[in-house]
Design a binder for this molecule. Structure first.
Ligand code: FES
Ligand code: FES
Length: 163
């Protein structure tokens, strides 16, 4: 298939790329840009492992054409840390043991980032609704939700994440 030249802005950097028209964003991120934090699991928008932000909104990159993302700001888990330091949600995951194998973690964190950008003070129901499309096979979810609650509290109060 003939490749098309596109420009993608990812984590603040503009990349010119030759991609097949049917290339999905997840493949371009992982294979062309070596941004392997976004994961492939279900490959059909069912698990959330591939979640990235498009203009701040959580989207599943496994079923999104890369060419449709031109002109949007794409953020991956590699772009979440702030000035070289872990973001609150990343630190909270570490403190609370929110990850086991970690395969689902980037997708969860990107969804939480999207939720907080839209609603800085979400209720428990808001959090659970936002994360309803992200699946985890390991943790049983409890420590993960503890981490998320802790990060939300820290961001709301402008304080450090504490356990
Ligand atoms: S790999 Fe994209 S939603 Fe599961
Ligand atoms: S920590 Fe393993 S799938 Fe979630």
């Amino acid at each position: 298939m003939k490749k098309e030249l596109i420009e993608l802005r990812v984590n603040g950097r503009l990349h010119e790329l030759a991609v097949e028209p049917n290339a999905v964003l997840l493949d371009v991120l992982r294979q062309e840009l070596q941004l392997t934090g976004s994961k492939r699991a279900c490959d059909d928008s069912s698990c959330g492992a591939c979640t990235v932000l498009l203009d701040g909104v959580a989207m599943m990159s496994c079923t999104m054409l890369a060419i449709s993302c031109e002109g949007q700001e794409i953020t991956t888990i590699e772009g979440v840390s702030e000035h070289g330091s872990l973001a609150a949600i990343q630190k909270a995951y570490g403190d609370w043991g929110g990850a086991q194998c970690g395969f689902c973690t980037p997708g969860f964190i990107m969804t939480v980032k999207s939720l907080l950008a839209e609603n800085p003070d979400p209720s428990e129901a808001d959090v659970r609704a936002a994360l309803s499309s992200n699946l985890c096979r390991c943790t049983g979810y409890n420590q993960m939700y503890d981490a998320i609650r802790s990060a939300i509290k820290a961001e709301r109060e402008g304080s450090a994440v504490t356990k």
